[in-house]
Design a binder for this molecule. Structure first.
Ligand SMILES: [Zn+2]
Length: 416
């Protein structure tokens, strides 16, 4: 199949006016000016001549379970109160609610051009009941052992049994110890061991809030009090170490990890990252809407970027942001980091998260050998080719055409 577009935006190489892509099966095999990439006899041609064509976006941090909670929790005075509020709401929800929420979330992702999502799944037992997703999905099995109701080994072996019984559709599996305040050191170590054996990516929430910071460094504050009441062992708190330093110094974190949030970082934390070999650096996901909702400390995009940290964008769940639209999240990031180029912004939702998933060259770009996950947006008339990245960021209408794994999954073009 040949797909032609008014502007082809490969991300990993410069945009091409009147470009074309050849797709064979699920793979991109060639791209270039349409005049040079002529169809073979009988080869199907899709003409998107009034559109921008780009790789589908990758959402590096999402919780589809909570897609029913948009605007359900008004911003709370504290992060701990928000946790208590969502826990209370969760007690009123049942399996059918979560299934409907996941379905709704997938539709919204698809609507706005996301073709790959890293979804933290708190209820993996629901998965056998979920229809094949319209989006390539990495299911990160969320694990919590804070109260030691379940032995840590049981949590991990439960995850592995689940992976064996549910062969992946499009996407893959990962593990997600929730956060250092809800997951034990042992759980992090076991997750590392599983990842090494099964080659799975890992993700966790880290240094998200000031309250987590005060809990670990000073053994005080609302989160400390809340978890202490729940009888979490608190001996890892109060040693003057930040949440990041506490986990980093345990030796658990390396390049297999996608760290969500990382808002509360000190100069000392950045120094620890600076001293690490670049190839061992973890990946970091920033969620601009959720960050704004909670009013967290300024995300240190430039400092992390300067250290060579691979930076990705995610939405988080609809319980703490108002949209699963990554174009909107990238605009928010652009507003808080003026001066970042449109391409740098787009990379945080394409090539960077692909690398974090171990899929560099396969996802998030249009190049020979990449998987054919493509989206098309209407192209403003007479758009100069060097304004294509900026025009994509300004996308305010749903995508009109999507190719996932080489198959058209959405077509609302005039040619449909
Ligand atoms: Zn999260």
């Amino acid at each position: 199949m040949i797909v032609r577009a008014r502007i082809l935006v490969p991300i990993a190489s410069p945009p091409i006016l009147n470009g074309a892509v050849r797709i064979e099966g699920e793979t991109v095999t060639a791209l270039g000016p349409a005049a040079d990439l002529l169809p073979a006899p009988g080869e199907e041609v899709v003409d998107l001549d009034q559109h921008l064509l780009l790789p589908g976006l990758i959402n590096a941090h999402c919780h589809l379970d909570y897609s029913m909670l948009r605007f359900a929790i008004s911003p709370q005075r504290s992060f701990t109160q928000w946790i208590q509020r969502i826990n209370a709401l969760k007690r009123c929800l049942d399996t059918e609610d979560y299934l409907a929420a996941i379905h709704k979330g997938f539709r919204e992702l698809q609507h706005w051009g996301t073709t790959t999502v890293c979804n933290i799944e708190s209820f993996p037992e629901l998965l056998p009941r979920i229809e094949p997703p319209p989006v390539r999905t990495w299911w990160f099995y969320e694990m919590i052992d804070v109260r030691h109701r379940t032995a840590t080994e049981e949590v991990v072996s439960g995850a592995l049994t689940f992976f064996d019984q549910n062969p992946a559709l499009l996407g893959g599996w990962g593990l997600s110890p929730h956060a250092p305040y809800t997951a034990s050191r042992t759980l992090y170590e076991l997750s590392n061991a599983c990842s090494a054996r099964h080659n799975m990516p890992l993700t966790t929430h880290l240094a998200e809030s000031r309250e987590e910071f005060c809990m670990f460094r000073d053994a005080e504050g609302p989160l400390y009090e809340f978890l202490n009441q729940l009888q979490r062992p608190m001996s890892d708190c109060g040693h003057g170490q930040t949440p990041f330093a506490t986990l980093w110094n345990s030796g658990c974190i390396d390049q297999r990890w996608i760290l969500a949030h990382m808002n509360e970082l000190t100069e000392g934390d950045l120094q620890l990252l600076a001293e690490a070999p670049r190839e061992r650096l973890p990946h970091v996901v920033h969620c601009p809407g959720s960050h704004h909702y909670f009013g967290h400390a300024t995300f240190q995009f430039r400092a992390l970027q300067a250290l060579g940290v691979n930076l990705c964008t995610g939405t988080d769940s609809l319980a703490s942001t108002d949209t699963l639209n990554l174009f909107q999240e990238l605009r928010r990031l652009g507003e808080s980091e003026p001066g970042l180029s449109p391409l740098t912004l787009l990379e945080t939702a394409t090539v960077n998260p692909a690398r974090a998933l171990g899929m560099a060259g396969k996802l998030g770009q249009i190049s020979p050998g990449a998987l054919a996950d493509l989206i098309a947006l209407p192209c403003p008339p007479n758009l100069p080719v060097d304004s294509a990245h900026q025009a994509i960021l300004q996308c305010r209408t749903p995508v009109v055409w999507t190719l996932l794994h080489g198959k058209v999954t959405l077509n609302q073009t005039a040619y449909a």
